[in-house]
Design a protein around this ligand. Structure first.
Ligand code: FES
Length: 140
């Protein structure tokens, strides 16, 4: 008798089985990871001193739970600050690796939000950016 059969013999429902499996740490339970809730919609002005870091390639800022980075000349990427691994708000941009990184357990995400390692397998939410002059409109 395997684990599933054993639990079914105990009379647990499908939902209870899933919860039991997740507590056991099976990978299928965490494939979606922790994702941000709510919408994002704001504009920043690159001429504002508060966002001066964005005027340099490799610079990044954090605003309203979003990390915005200039990943290459005049190319900006916005992602959630919430790591999909365990939901910690620790995502930062790393110029040296051109990735988004969470120092809690080492999750590394590409600039398109895909995971680069097992801790990042659930990916990272990437937001839209429209650029008009010095204005960046970031939205979900
Ligand atoms: S919470 Fe980010 S790597 Fe674990």
């Amino acid at each position: 008798m395997n684990r599933k059969e054993f639990l079914q013999n105990l009379g647990l429902s499908a939902g209870a089985l899933l919860a039991t499996y997740c507590l056991g740490g099976l990978s299928a339970c965490s494939s979606e990871g922790v994702q941000p809730t709510g919408s994002v919609d704001f504009i920043i002005d690159l001429n504002d001193a508060a966002y001066a870091a964005l005027n340099d390639v490799g610079g990044f800022i954090k605003k309203d739970g979003v990390v915005i980075a200039q990943t290459s000349a005049d190319v900006f990427v916005a992602v959630t600050q919430i790591c999909s691994h365990e939901g910690l708000k620790r995502i930062e941009y790393r110029k040296s690796k051109n990735d988004f990184y969470c120092g809690a357990h080492g999750a590394s995400f590409s600039t398109s939000g895909s995971g680069n390692n097992s801790a990042a397998k659930a990916g990272l939410k990437v937001y839209n950016i429209d650029i008009s002059g010095s204005q960046l409109h970031v939205y979900s």
